[in-house]
Write a protein that binds this ligand. Structure first.
Ligand SMILES: NC(=O)C1=CN([C@@H]2O[C@H](COP(=O)(O)OP(=O)(O)OC[C@H]3O[C@@H](n4cnc5c(N)ncnc54)[C@H](O)[C@@H]3O)[C@@H](O)[C@H]2O)C=CC1
Ligand SMILES: O=C(O)[C@@H]1CCC=N1
Length: 273
């Protein structure tokens, strides 16, 4: 991929995940800059990945061809308006990772019809196992579209969505979903501890079961998820009892409700910010 000068505005969890994945995939660290108001996160990024750091958003943006907008949604307007006021933004490609802020609104915040790609990554990007949804409007140049896809492709799998509203579906399915899996595992760990296992052993067992299951899903794309489940579920056995308990207690509805709540919040955020 092209190695353009890239600046991250905001050096939080998601920026660290993406930079970690980029550097492991060979993106030159001297072409990456992160800007953040406080020092410790920047020092951590510099120590781990050897990138450039600054407290000055303007300097970071002035030197960059690509600007990743990686602050919390509620700060986005303030940050973008400040950039618009103090920097020449023409010719730059903007990549937003913020939940709930529409493409048009980002252009409005930046004060012009700049090239913007709206993305929705997730934290497993840190390990190169991310999943990112991307959206751009038809005016985006093919080279910029390729760059944005390659950038997020360095930290995992990607999917382009045609209709911007689908980004909220990506949030529910992939952006927020690592937290659902962690919550589920935590509940399993806690129950396992009631069976006389210490915390670490309980974690080791449930995490290895999750890892193995995820690998089985990935290595068997032709098998339906229900078939993989059937392979574990002996007739009249233990799994059948557990699965029946989940189903009787409305697991499908619970999951659908949680994902719909994530989407509803993303929609609400697009009115708020
Ligand atoms: N954490 C996640 O799993 C995901 C987060 N996102 C999006 O990524 C964005 C960032 O989220 P996180 O990294 O989780 O948040 P975070 O709170 O860890 O990071 C935000 C960073 O922005 C910095 N910041 C605050 N004001 C600033 C300013 N004026 N200029 C530059 N930096 C400033 C903060 O000090 C902080 O380090 C959000 O918009 C969120 O919607 C998207 C996908 C997944
Ligand atoms: O919770 C959030 O709003 C962000 C977006 C997806 C994951 N974290």
């Amino acid at each position: 991929m092209q190695h353009r000068n890239i600046a991250f505005i905001g050096a939080g969890n998601m920026t660290k995940s993406i930079i970690s994945g980029m550097v492991s995939s060979g993106y030159p660290s001297d072409r990456i800059t992160a800007s953040n108001p406080s020092r410790p996160k920047l020092d951590d990024l510099q120590q781990h990945f050897g990138i450039n750091i600054t407290h000055d958003n303007h300097a970071a943006v002035n030197d960059a061809e690509v600007v990743v907008l990686a602050v919390k949604p509620q700060l986005m307007e303030q940050v973008c308006q400040d950039l618009a006021k103090h920097c020449d933004l023409s010719g730059k490609l903007f990549v937003s990772i913020a939940a709930g802020i529409p493409h048009k609104r980002l252009q409005q915040m930046l004060g012009g019809e700049y090239d913007v790609v709206r993305t929705m990554p997730n934290t497993p990007s840190a390990l190169g196992k991310g999943m990112t949804g991307l959206y751009a409007d038809a005016s985006l140049d093919a080279q910029d579209k390729t760059y944005a896809g390659d950038l997020m492709g360095q930290v995992g799998d990607i999917v382009w969505v045609e209709d911007e509203a689908q980004i909220n579906g990506v949030i529910a399915a992939a952006g927020s979903s690592p937290a659902y899996f962690f919550l589920f595992l935590q509940a399993m760990q806690e129950f396992t501890m009631t069976q006389g296992f210490d915390k670490d052993t309980a974690r080791r067992m449930v995490q290895q079961a999750m890892l193995g299951s995820a690998e089985m899903v990935c290595h068997n794309p032709d098998l339906e998820l229900s078939e993989l489940r059937a392979q574990v579920t002996s007739k009249g056995g233990t799994t059948a009892q557990a699965v029946e308990h989940f189903q009787k207690n409305g697991l499908d509805k619970l999951v659908a409700g949680a994902m719909a709540a994530a989407i509803a919040r993303a929609e609400e955020m697009s009115d708020l910010f």
